[in-house]
Write a protein that binds this ligand. Sequence first.
Ligand code: PMP
Length: 456
Amino acid sequence: MTSTTPQSAQAGGPALPQERRVVTAIPGPKSQELHARKLASVADGVGNVLPVYVQRAGGGVVEDVDGNSLIDFGSGIAVTSVGNSAEAVVRRAAEQLADYTHTCFMVTPYEPYIAVAEALAELTPGDHAKKSALFNSGAEAVENAVKIARAYTKRQAVVVFDHGYHGRTNLTMALTSKNMPYKHGFGPFAPEVYRVPVAYPYRWPTGPENCAEEAAAQAIDQISKQVGAENVAAIVIEPVLGEGGFIEPAKGFLPRIAQFARDHGIVFVADEIQAGFCRTGQWFASEDEGLVPDLITTAKGIAGGLPLAAVTGRAEIMDAAHSGGLGGTYGGNPVACAAALGAIETMRELDLCARAKRIEEVMKPRLAKIAENQPAIGDIRGRGAMIAIELVKPGTKEPDAELTAKLARACHQAGLLILTTGTYGNVVRFLPPLVIGEDLLNEGLDVLESAFAELA
Ligand code: PMP
């Protein structure tokens, strides 16, 4: 990895300087002006992490309208893994834009949709026959995975997990665990959704070594006794839980749950919307424990920033829904499909799975070093370029959401864009674009270290 973004990943036009540059207060005057317009015209329910308005973005930086250049440790929430406006994404999407923008795949179909479905069949785990259906957003993909599983099994119940996040539509709010801000005041929620424990090693009452076995036993017991395995259509889980706090279920938990699903004819759905597409150092996070999910939901990283999502899985399950039962006006839009083919080309050409692993190699030891002086860092976890620290009151495991918010603010002020997450709001997550230069990655960590020191 070099200090600048590889040329092959950058779009045409003058290359965006790969540097941190803070030339005004954050947010600057032009951003503040735009923000006043935003507050007057955009619904309050649509919040912002940082009201800095974007001018350009690429490689490992986001440049704002005031001329500040922020190091990007967020990738628009794990989307621009190939970098913003990556060359192959722009080229392919632009060619597609010039040819046709939309016909509706359900009316008169087109080749890019099929090429994406073929790529998904090739890249997702398992060598069985697979099919896909394309959608616009992650939530839509998860909803459709549930529809398909219900059509296939002719059962209704859906099992999800503590700390899980699956979206903001009515069904996916029901599947999501955290009340504020995702669900509060928006009920009633869809029925036949059951939540069971997940193996969260850091917070498992009897310790991480017992976590996988005990959590799996509890989850399976609850499903069996409270729902009845024979009533369950789908078990839906993120192989690394994103909005819940980058929780990696203790090793052994996921295979045990997948085996239970197999034994009882339940469709096992891996929600790889945040963790997929090289983010964790594999094409899909499921691969780390050799999981072969029946269905996989993808979105975010799939198309380099254009809205596209997919459900991919066993052909016989995917074919269970009747013709016309799946789809939507825009699902698998040709420009988004072309962008996805460009993103996948970039991931392959630049071996972005290897880059994600390298990002972990750089970040984990540096975070461990910072933690030596920062007793608030209770846990460092994650893999590839999906890394997090969980902040607690020193000497306890009491979540410190206030420090987390202060730390994020201090980093933003210094030109580092970081995001927080977690059920308790006490996790700082790092999701840099996989094409970020190593110098910039280290500089971002310097900023984080200084912000910690200032706050201590
Ligand atoms: N599932 C997971 C695991 C996610 O991380 C997200 C988005 N954060 C979603 C589903 C919903 O995706 P979208 O916002 O595109 O609807």
